[in-house]
Ligand binder design. Structure first.
Ligand code: PEP
Ligand code: MG
Length: 754
């Protein structure tokens, strides 16, 4: 940075600080600060817009414009040049606004006299919270040095705009307009469960008071010390933490490598060399990276920005000396509210105390969500604005099943959430009680009960449920959690771990079922009109045969000496099944030539999820060793009803004539052909629906571990012969759903379905 620019920016910062610290009211301070910008940059006008409600920018101060427009002018984020700056988070210079394609003319503003423009976003915690604008009457190209100076000032504005004082000032405006704070928020559930507790706002980020350094060498030394200490502490934490087990070990390890990355460190050091303080340099390095990566379509790289933000925050905490763990030590139950978090952040807390996690930004593939889920912590994400609204200490109640967060909940809501917590605990106790009792019906039919496994965490159910094995291992889950496509060796490690944990119990491996709602973060997906019926699952792995072959190889090698059960998802016809099976057999042949250590037996099956296969079932049953009905997808395709669309959730019911008929057709044919037939979709995890399945003749259910106790209880109280008779009488009904009749039947016959 050129010394002259630095000095000028430094002078401006001093003046700005004086204004901020003065006794003027907020409106006067903002106007004075905006006027200062115009004067110091030798401009004819300046404006300061602040973001309200995440969607709108409002003009909070201006000079050189029609006075009446202050607090009377709003712009949607994304609209015009200024809305575009807030949206893109990028500085924009325009020589002549009248020729700019995005320029929005608003007669009431009085912009007629101005031509050239420089606007920069005010960014705080990775998001635009305002825009600073400068205008000149003449045509002018703003210089790089001026852009740098305004960006530096915007950093100081960012701290000010995020202060409590400014927050209250802005809230007063919102309240006046009836946009007052809310008492509940609807977000997206990333992990189920319920929790109540005081909020702990995860705000490790430090306020950067000083932007330019007095002594470069001292600053570099400070940076090096903080960086070394942070990494030493991280290493220690990782080694001590119980979190570092299973597939999240990879996630946490990658994070640690990120913190040690030399390239990142050198960039920060470069900014310090240019005159910035270490803190300001960390922010600038983040912004540089953000500018480069935020525009990319690559989900993997985008997700890395979260990690970078997290590491940057961590380093800032060490630089400030405030690197002590979040001060929640005196609370026994906490609900963490964060804008975003890195996976390692959870280790700053005693995770037993975390009752729920709320993220403003978060996707199911986000690492912190995967780790939290593995720890059984309910997670709700995609709640805009909550991070700014909530103060540490405020009571929050979280319904992770429905993705709802209640702020300062009423007694009634607390009661409801507590009842749900108690119900979950009750189920856990029930599970324990039933653990060693057989899954036998009253008429002595043994039902084989398996569990569905995705995360390592699910493996705990192997012991707690005393199940017959794993009826569905969703292999895509570790793929989704990994940093890059796992190679054969990595896959073998996952599968070995699973087989070891399962001991002598049966394990069914499903081949990679990605696409649609299960996306791999490191893969670019071209937008599809209908992803659920698009290029997904077996369609991808048959087209990208190397992936399928590698997975088959890994299965074979992991299962040496043991029985191997492989199941292919989304098969639509016999030809597809044969192709997939041949790929497995080819790999098996190759392995036989390579080694004597092969699986003792290989069984090949498929999922019944696409209705077309039911019309070719006789032929398929001659080729398959087993089948498993994926009722989630089968219902989706039978009813042509998107399984993720809430508006349709109530419209069609699996407990209805068409669905029960197809389910009956499948099990009758499979039993006749003597091919093992199970259900691994959600239907098997719901007691009333599982009751119908055993009545239809299903003897193998693979269910979610959490539902195990409920379903076992139902099994032990049902009589399949009576059920079978009753269900036959329902198959000619005209109603949309048979659920009320079936519930009444269960109640009348003492079948435990709740
Ligand atoms: C199903 O579709 O029922 C199934 C078990 O597979 P998934 O839910 O993983 O698509
Ligand atoms: Mg499916």
């Amino acid at each position: 940075m050129v010394a002259q620019v630095k000095n000028k920016a430094l002078d401006m910062l001093k003046m700005l600080k004086k204004i901020i610290g003065s006794k003027l009211n907020m409106s006067a301070k903002l106007n004075k600060a905006t006027k200062l910008l115009a004067e110091q940059f030798e401009c004819d006008a300046a404006a300061c817009y602040l973001v309200l409600d995440d969607n709108y920018l409002e003009l909070f101060a201006a000079c050189g414009f029609n006075a009446k427009i202050t607090n009377n002018l709003t712009l949607r984020v994304g609209d015009g040049i200024i809305g575009g700056i807030a949206m893109s988070k990028r500085t924009t210079t325009v020589e002549n606004i009248w020729q700019h394609p995005d320029f929005l003319y608003r007669a009431e503003v009085g912009e007629e006299k101005y031509k050239s423009f420089l606007g920069t976003p005010i960014i705080r915690w990775g998001r635009s919270i305002g825009v600073l604008c400068l205008y000149k009457k003449d045509l002018y190209n703003f210089k790089k040095s001026e852009v740098d100076a305004l960006e530096t000032l915007a950093m100081a504005f960012a701290e000010w705009v995020a202060s409590d004082e400014m927050r209250e000032y802005k809230n007063a405006f919102m309240q006046k307009r009836g946009q007052a704070t809310r008492d509940s928020y609807k977000g997206m559930s990333l992990s189920r469960g319920f929790g109540i507790g005081p909020a702990v706002v995860h705000r490790r980020r430090q306020i950067i008071n000083k932007i330019f350094a007095d002594d470069k060498d001292d600053e570099l030394k400070r940076l090096a010390q903080a960086h070394a200490k942070m990494n030493a502490d991280l290493d220690k934490k990782f080694n001590e933490s119980k979190l570092g087990l299973g597939e999240h070990a990879d996630i946490l390890d990658a994070y640690r490598m990120f913190a040690k990355d030399k390239g990142w460190y050198n960039k920060i050091a470069g900014h310090v060399d240019g005159g910035l303080t270490a803190e300001a340099a960390v922010e600038r390095a983040y912004e540089d990276m953000w500018n480069r990566l935020s525009a990319t379509q690559d989900t993997y790289l985008k997700e890395r920005l979260h990690d970078l933000r997290d590491v940057a925050d961590r380093l800032l905490a060490y630089l400030s000396g405030d690197n002590t763990d979040i001060k929640a030590a005196n609370l026994n139950e906490i609900v963490i509210v964060a804008q975003t978090m890195g996976p390692a952040d959870l280790m700053d807390y005693d995770y037993h105390k975390i009752k729920a996690l709320i993220l403003e930004e978060g996707t199911p593939t986000m690492h912190v969500a995967i780790v939290a889920k593995a720890l059984g912590i309910p997670v709700v994400s995609k709640i805009k604005g909550i991070y700014k609204e909530i103060k540490t200490g405020e009571i929050l109640a979280v319904d992770g099943d429905n993705g709802v967060v209640y702020v300062r909940p009423s007694d009634k809501t607390i009661e409801k959430i507590k009842a749900n917590i108690a119900e979950r605990e009750r189920l856990a106790v029930q599970l324990l009680e039933l653990k060693n009792l057989p899954a036998k019906t009253l008429d002595k039919k043994r039902i084989n009960m398996y569990i569905n496994v995705g995360l390592n965490f699910d493996l705990d159910y192997l012991e707690t449920t005393n199940c017959d094995g794993i009826g569905l291992y969703r292999t895509e889950i570790p793929f989704m959690a990994a940093e890059k496509m796992p190679d054969v060796e990595h896959q073998i490690a996952y599968y070995n771990n699973l087989l070891d944990r399962a001991g002598n119990k049966k394990v069914v491996f499903r081949s990679l079922d990605v696409g649609s709602d299960k996306l791999l973060p490191y893969w670019t997906y071209s937008g599809e009109e209908n992803p659920a019926i698009g290029w997904r699952s077996i369609r991808i792995t048959l087209d990208r045969r190397a992936i399928l072959r590698q997975q088959m190889r890994a299965f074979i090698r992991a299962a040496k000496g043991k029985e191997l059960n492989v199941m292919f998802p989304m098969i639509a016809n016999l030809a597809e099944f044969k192709e997939a099976k041949e790929t497995l057999m080819l790999e098996l042949e190759k392995e036989k030539r390579r080694s004597k250590d092969i699986p003792s037996k290989v069984n090949v099956g498929l999922m019944i999820e696409v209705p077309s296969v039911v019309f070719q079932l006789d032929a398929i049953l001659k080729e398959a060793d087993f089948i498993s009905v994926g009722t989630n997808d089968l219902a989706q395709f039978m009813f042509a009803c998107d399984r993720t669309n809430n508006r349709l959730a109530e419209r069609y019911d699996v407990l209805s004539v068409p669905f029960l008929r197809i389910m009956q057709e499948i099990v009758v044919k499979a039993n006749y052909a003597n091919v093992t037939c199970s259900v691994c979709g959600e239907m098997a995890s719901n007691p009333i629906e599982a009751m119908v399945l055993i009545g239809l003749g299903y003897r193998n259910l693979s269910i979610s571990g959490a539902a195990f106790g409920k379903v076992k209880k139902m099994i032990r109280s049902a009589n399949t012969v009576l059920l079978a008779d009753y269900i036959q009488t329902l198959l000619d009904y005209n109603q949309r759903t048979l659920r009320p009749q079936l519930i009444a039947y269960a109640q009348d016959h003492g079948i435990e379905i709740f």
